[in-house]
Design a protein around this ligand. Sequence first.
Ligand code: 5GP
Ligand code: ZN
Length: 113
Amino acid sequence: MTNCIFCKIIAGDIPSVKVYEDEHVYAFMDIMPLSKGHTLLIPKTHRAYIYDLAPDEAAHLFSVAPKIALALKETFGLEGMNLLNNNGAKAGQSVHHFHLHFIPRYDQTDGFG
Ligand code: 5GP
Ligand code: ZN
């Protein structure tokens, strides 16, 4: 999709910090992280909402999620993690290309939520 910022990231037209990539999905650091290591996982094919993912696309994307979560845990030494999808504008979705947020949580004393 030509006007989609995440499609541009996949195409390499907008730079991003890669966390994971395979044939079907791409994970990268959020540009405005809610905490250290905030990562987004997206399908490489443009799918705006959860309803638009075919079962095999969803299955693959979610099968990769534990691998990414473990890599973040080992890299950042986080205490916990929120996995989140904002689905639709009313739910707070601002980029209309499906994405799963990985938001690491730390001990409150380190300055990050
Ligand atoms: P949403 O609000 O749609 O659930 O989340 C969109 C996320 O995409 C936000 O956390 C925002 O910071 C992130 N984001 C928006 N534009 C860019 C960009 O150009 N690069 C990266 N890496 N993240 C982006
Ligand atoms: Zn897109």
